[in-house]
Ligand binder design. Structure first.
Ligand code: UD1
Length: 336
């Protein structure tokens, strides 16, 4: 089976390409490299010893995307390609909606033209908005607090409505909680542009000395240590979830959502402590004001994915931090 992976050079995309190749799939990647490096794909091929096909294509370029489908027989699509910075989306809503939603519509149109109607979609726990109480469950009402989040809600809606109009369409909507970690080889990991906005990449850059200290956004939340609680999930567990979703597509499930999380929460200070154990040195931090839009507590119920995809998160917080440290210390400047 040949899988088209959009955004395959990115953090979650590259880890998923690696698992796909190791499981015997053929892989075709399209990526516009706006927030990723082709070096990640070179390393995926090096680690697996297997080739993949790469096209530097933007989903908004319909003709170029069509040419990819003409050149490669595609059986199913895993769709990661999207902009993903919530803060940036507030100041650039049109860019986010155009890139994420229009890009997805172009992808679906080109897929339909080529008779490809099976897709796994990279959604996010952000679609649960701010009023649902954890553990978060797939049938809760969806909402969002920024254009990035709304673009994920809209893209989920596109796939749901496509299946209503044409039952031959199947879309597995994977709602990721907080992906962290790196491939245990130390050769693949998260390589954000500029200063990281997410917690663990920030801590990792403090640990290698690229940033002076972590700012902890608030310690007056209603949690045991006062810092926010999130459901951190190892990127390799997440990647394996996509393979389970591909298998599920064979049963014509329609448009269906699954949480990919561990079902357990860790506070910011617990993550700092785990990272200190992994890297063997203290992570200096200062508590600063809350970050607007942060929820006090977010964690999944992964029961539906456990039951229906036979998927279970297996890697611990200590595994996640050890793998991030191996990646960051071996590649202090990412893929450069
Ligand atoms: C964020 C996004 C979410 C997106 C996800 C994936 C926000 C509000 N949410 O999730 O929509 O789907 O990333 O990219 O941006 N923290 C610090 N100091 C830091 C960075 C983070 O204390 O320098 C804290 C945050 O307050 C939060 C936790 O660490 O409690 C995790 O933050 P982060 O890694 O940014 O993820 P989320 O905010 O959960």
């Amino acid at each position: 089976m040949n899988i088209l992976v959009t955004g395959g050079a990115g953090y979650i995309g590259s880890h998923t390409c690696l698992e796909l190749l190791q499981a015997g799939y053929q892989v075709t990647v399209v990526d516009n490299l706006v927030n990723s490096k082709q070096e990640s794909l070179r390393r995926v091929q090096e680690i697996t010893g297997k080739p993949l096909v790469f096209h530097p294509v933007d989903l908004l370029d319909r003709e170029a995307l069509d040419a990819v489908f003409v050149a490669n027989p595609i059986d199913a699509v895993i769709h990661f390609a999207a902009l993903k910075a919530p803060g940036e989306s507030v100041s650039q809503p049109l860019r986010y909606y155009h890139n994420n939603v229009t890009g997805t519509i172009v992808l679906c149109q080109v897929m339909a033209q080529h008779g490809v109607k099976n897709l796994v979609f990279s959604s996010s726990a952000t679609v649960y908005g701010e009023t649902n109480q954890p553990p978060l469950i797939e049938d809760m009402p969806l909402s969002a607090i920024n254009p990035y989040g709304w673009s994920k809600v809209m893209m989920e809606r596109v796939f749901t409505d496509l299946h209503v109009a044409d039952p031959a369409w199947n879309a597995i909507l994977l709602r990721y909680f907080n992906p962290i970690g790196a491939h245990p080889s130390g050769r693949l990991g998260e390589d954000p542009n500029g200063i990281p906005i997410n917690l663990v990449p920030y801590i990792a850059q403090v640990a290698v000395g690229k940033l002076p200290y972590l700012r902890v956004f608030g310690n007056d939340y209603p949690t045991p240590d006062g810092t926010c609680i999130r459901d951190y999930i190892h990127v390799v567990d997440l990647a394996i979830g996509h393979l389970k979703a591909l298998e599920k597509l064979a049963s014509n499930p329609g448009a269906i959502a699954y949480n990919l999380g561990t079902g357990r929460g860790n506070s910011v200070l617990e993550v700092v402590a785990a990272f200190e154990r992994a890297c063997g040195k203290p992570i200096p931090y200062q508590v600063v004001a809350r970050r607007p839009g942060d929820l006090p507590i977010s964690y999944a119920s992964p029961s539906k994915a456990n039951r229906e995809l036979n998927w279970f998160a297996q890697r611990s917080m200590d595994d996640m931090c050890a793998d991030v440290w191996r990646w960051q210390s071996g590649n202090p400047n990412g893929y450069e």
